[in-house]
Design a protein around this ligand. Structure first.
Ligand code: ADP
Length: 266
């Protein structure tokens, strides 16, 4: 903390008062440090696929793998996968950057979220490849919310994909909608490996992964929940997680039930 004092005098030079300006230097330092860490993270995340691709391309050209009918397609597949990863990463980064600069406008409208969440789950049911069960705890009554449908779908997709990624075979994933007095609470629970208590808040940080190698293997960028958090906060909601290690994880988010009127503080 930095403090600046200014003595205030009247026209005759008599002491009239003291102005103290206290500025929080630590806050600025924190922002600077976070920015440096972010740039270093992005560089690292891009360097990993690039160096992988370089090795495989070298093996193909100099190492003679190009002539090998079995190796060549496999090596090309790796470079293709790594390219896809970089595209995902850059797209995620662009979305975050837009939200940081408040450029990304939300296209909010009033919508009954009951059919919306049924549709999302129908889609997951249709596309599922693993042996996973989906349970719906969705009320019958309609629940009207002011939201950007695409963005809330993106948040739900992200949490659902994580739940599937970290589910054991035959695991159950439950999506629940609970109407509370002023908000609706959506939760997605899995029966996966869970997350240690001290890491629960961190999963919403950019690039944080509990298990880096595993997340990479599953195609993750480490940005999904950070983007989700930005979107939920853009809706004046909250997002958090609870977990029991070895038993499963639940990710919750809330959305306010009524439209916030401009200028109202409530
Ligand atoms: P990723 O692209 O790695 O999935 P996310 O931001 O979506 O990035 O998630 C951050 C990290 O949180 C994941 O790498 C994983 O370690 C942890 N995580 C998220 N959801 C779950 C879950 N349902 N069960 C266990 N761990 C999870």
């Amino acid at each position: 903390i930095k403090a600046n004092f200014t003595i205030v005098q009247d026209e005759e030079g008599n002491f009239n008062g003291l102005i103290t300006v206290i500025s929080d230097v630590t806050e600025q330092e924190k922002v600077d440090r976070e920015r440096r860490e972010f740039v270093s993270n992005v560089s690292h995340e891009l360097r990993t696929p690039l160096t992988t691709m370089r090795s495989y391309l070298e093996a193909l050209t100099d190492g003679g793998a190009l002539e090998d009918k079995e190796l060549a397609p496999r090596f090309l597949q790796v470079t293709q996968d790594e390219t896809e990863r970089m595209i995902r990463l850059v797209n995620d980064l662009l979305q975050l950057s837009k939200m940081d600069h408040k450029e990304s406008t939300m296209y909010k409208k009033r919508l009954d979220i009951v059919p919306m969440f049924h549709q999302i789950l129908d889609r997951f049911e249709m596309n599922k490849t693993e042996k996973i069960y989906f349970e719906r705890k969705i009320p019958e009554e309609s629940i009207s919310v002011w939201l950007d449908q695409d963005k809330i779908t993106q948040v739900t997709d992200n949490i659902m994909s994580n739940a599937i990624k970290y589910s054991p075979e035959g695991g159950k994933i439950t999506l629940q909608l609970v109407k509370e007095p002023h908000r609706v609470r959506i939760s997605i629970s899995d029966q996966g490996l869970g997350i240690a208590r001290e890491k629960l808040d961190k999963i919403f940080d950019r690039f944080y992964r509990v298990d880096k190698a595993r997340s990479r293997e599953l195609g993750g960028t480490g940005l999904g929940l950070a983007i989700s958090k930005e979107i939920i906060e853009g809706h004046h909601g909250h997002i958090w997680a609870s977990s029991k290690e070895g038993q499963g994880t639940t990710v919750y988010f809330t959305l306010p039930l009524t439209k916030r009127k401009r200028g109202s503080k409530k």
